[in-house]
Design a protein around this ligand. Sequence first.
Ligand SMILES: Cc1cc2nc3c(=O)[nH]c(=O)nc-3n(C[C@H](O)[C@H](O)[C@H](O)COP(=O)(O)O)c2cc1C
Length: 176
Amino acid sequence: MFDNSKEVFFNNHELIVSKTDLKGRITYANDVFLKVSGYGLDEIMGQPHNMIRHDFMPRSVFHLLWTTLQERKEIFAYVVNKTKNDGHYWVLAHVTPSLNLEGDVIGYHSSRRVPERDLLEGHIIPLYNELNRIEQAANNRKLGMQDAVSYLQDVVQGYAPDYHQFILTLDRLAAS
Ligand SMILES: Cc1cc2nc3c(=O)[nH]c(=O)nc-3n(C[C@H](O)[C@H](O)[C@H](O)COP(=O)(O)O)c2cc1C
């Protein structure tokens, strides 16, 4: 699934930023996003954000991301993306709804930092392997998604009250 020679890294002090409209189409990307992904701004503006989706990412994680955003809540998630040159890069993403002064959601915003390597290898990659296995084991995509979402919720509840706290708890474990 991963060709380690094609992993792309960025610096601890850098943030990869993008914004989308309500449908997840890219409306903004910063220079770090362009540098790491290998795309020019003209190639990604207006494109659906799944254009950088990596096949290793479980569908259940994006399901959780979108249901959380639709509740107008923020979410942290570990994500691996693919680059234009068939490479990949791991991030810890913080995704939030953007509101106007009337309180309407007008788009979404994601800032991504370098993930904790130990956490990635010790917890996240094994978790995503299991989610992918569950998603593929079911008879159809919908059932697979439901099974994976409930598995993810069980894992989360072993650590914390919700997914947000789960990611923060893992982060604290890695830092200690
Ligand atoms: C602000 C924002 C940033 C996103 N960033 C990414 C990203 O970096 N990589 C990614 O694969 N999906 C990202 N997504 C989720 C995509 O919109 C999409 O749900 C995901 O790629 C799964 O694609 P699919 O729904 O076609 O399966 C982002 C969504 C939002 C709202």
